[in-house]
Design a protein around this ligand. Sequence first.
Ligand code: TMP
Length: 211
Amino acid sequence: MTGQGMFLTLEGCEGVGKTTNANLIESILQENDVSYIRTREPGGTPLAESLRNMLLEKRDEQVHPLAEALMVFAARAQHVNHVIRPALKKGQWVLCDRFTDASFAYQGGGRGVSVSVLEQLEEMVHGDLQPNLTLYLDMPVELALSRIQSRELDRFEVEKKLFFENVRNAYLLRASGQARFRIIDASQSLDDVQQDIRDCLSEFMSKANMA
Ligand code: TMP
């Protein structure tokens, strides 16, 4: 299927089921013969994946919130210019597991970097590019955290409940202000979550003349 490339992002705290639901979105795109790429942030290019490893690695040195924000945006500059823009330009859809909303949630809500600093970085790195649709998977923090306890935790996942409450509140605040967001109640049964995602995608694709 040809046409204009659309930029879809998937957001949410750890434990909400992003990977399972990214797999579902991918299969919906395939069912509809959409040409697409699937990618993620931080990451998506070799350099950006190296920055991801540096960001997630637990370390003794405290990472300054501004240093963390600059690293996620450095990875993003590489990813946007070498992967996302070229794909959209070719008419491909881009399914990205996290994007700049995660910076407002984690570096802003979680670490306390000011919204104005994050807005300046956003403007510098991709001022003219925003997702066309963002699915935010929402779930109470306690439930989400209980679902990651059996994993080996990275530098973000070891944070306390309050950090994730702040991340969730920042996501919800951002979601309430922008029409491209759909909030999915990820605490429902997997079948119900996936039906909601199917409904959102179907509405979006029919608007994009794709269904
Ligand atoms: P993930 O595999 O769940 O996507 O893990 C990536 C981690 O990186 C997650 O804890 C959120 C964090 N992150 C940020 O802090 N800022 C960002 O801008 C992005 C994209 C991710």
